[in-house]
Design a protein around this ligand. Structure first.
Ligand SMILES: Nc1ncnc2c1ncn2[C@@H]1O[C@H](COP(=O)(O)OP(=O)(O)OP(=O)(O)O)[C@@H](O)[C@H]1O
Ligand SMILES: [Mg+2]
Length: 343
């Protein structure tokens, strides 16, 4: 039977899930969170935006679950609930036919983990599942000449993973996925304050500090500072400390260096004829955490290759997946490719 285009695409991210419906565009962009009853996690109270709203008010009776960790499914049952909820929200509950679904995965994900993703989507009501590696989709979404015989380089810095790849002729030539992204940056801010101020802060505070104050490059002459509120590790009392731009830079330096190392690793393995294309056309940054202030300049400066942030970086992966959905020939090629074999 000839393969027909799937109906929807799901970018199942560690932090955010986006859904694209054919001929409609992006219809869902919500956090990857499920809130359940603590006494029985099968009693689901809220998913996505509604779950995030509840999150600040979770009592002991409720528990928040993040089903995707480091780019892959950590909690199968909850991931299934989340996918089913978003699929229904995207195409309507009354829909009798099961949709065909294109789903994003980190580059180089082992076959066992790929099978888990496929099974979760089928259990959630998907009919036929096609997988696409995130950097391929992100490169398409960033408008790079992915299907031409030139090399393009994309670094997708998401919440859970950074996927770096050289893309050419519709495929990944070299790629690496590391478990470093925006969430590790938040953790780095939390740990910095624990170590240096004896204070525990929440993830939302860490995220705000990262976005408002932190930078990947030294903040020379930047005297900005902010007050951070948390709990004294010893007395458990609420406390306030001053946090400077220089400290915020120190805090996120380690994850930034891990991203740099991965970009270098990929470049070192790039065939010389494609390297010349990269030197000329630059490195393209996608993903929400690529917006960390100065990350483009850090990468560009250290490598001597222009690095630039894509337009709407957080949407590149789903937009690339949408492009695949709207082009049945490209999708059919993808369905026959290695990552979709034996699933
Ligand atoms: N302005 C900003 N500066 C720094 N980080 C940001 C900014 N805006 C968003 N982020 C971070 O981007 C991350 C989310 O990005 P994105 O939605 O691309 O991740 P994801 O696709 O869910 O994760 P992954 O692809 O790794 O599974 C979060 O960690 C968030 O804090
Ligand atoms: Mg992503």
């Amino acid at each position: 039977m000839a393969f027909r285009a799937p109906d929807i695409a799901i970018d199942l991210g560690t932090t955010n899930t986006l859904v694209y419906v054919q001929r409609k565009g992006i219809v869902i962009s919500e956090p990857t969170i499920v809130v359940v009853e603590a006494r029985d996690k099968h009693l689901v109270r809220a998913v996505g935006d509604e779950a995030a709203l509840l999150l600040g008010r979770t009592t002991e009776a409720l528990q928040a679950i993040l089903p995707i960790r480091d780019g892959t499914i950590q909690d199968f049952d909850t991931a299934e609930v989340l996918v089913r909820y978003f699929m229904r929200k995207a195409i309507g509950v009354s829909h009798l036919l099961k949709p065909r679904v294109l789903v994003s995965i980190p580059a180089g994900l082992p076959a066992v983990a790929r099978k888990v993703v496929t099974e979760a989507v089928v259990m959630a009501g998907g009919k036929r599942v096609v997988l696409v590696e995130k950097p391929l989709a992100a490169a398409i979404g960033a408008g790079l000449p992915v299907y031409e015989p030139v090399g393009s380089m994309v670094v997708d810095v998401g919440g859970g993973t950074t996927d770096t790849a050289i893309v050419s002729m519709g495929g990944l030539v070299v790629s690496q996925s590391i478990h470093v992204g925006g969430e590790k940056m938040n953790d780095a801010v939390v740990n910095y304050l624990k170590k240096n101020s004896g204070m525990l802060i929440g993830d939302r505070t860490a995220e705000a500090v990262k976005i408002d104050l932190a930078s990947a490059i030294p903040p020379e002459g930047d005297s900005r500072r902010t007050h951070v509120r948390g709990r004294d590790l010893l007395s458990a009392r609420v406390m306030d400390v001053e946090f400077t731009a220089a400290q915020a830079h120190d805090a996120v330096l380690e994850p930034c260096m891990a991203i740099m190392a991965s970009v270098r690793w990929v470049l070192e393995r790039t065939p010389p004829e494609l390297s010349a294309d990269i030197m000329r056309n630059g490195i393209h940054l996608t993903g929400g955490a690529a917006q960390l202030y100065g990350l483009d300049r850090l990468i560009g400066g250290q490598l001597g290759i222009p690095a630039m942030l894509a337009k709407d970086p957080q949407d590149c992966t789903i937009l690339g997946m949408g492009y695949l959905l709207e082009n049945p020939d490209l999708l059919a090629d993808l369905a026959r490719s290695g990552i979709n074999e034996n699933l």
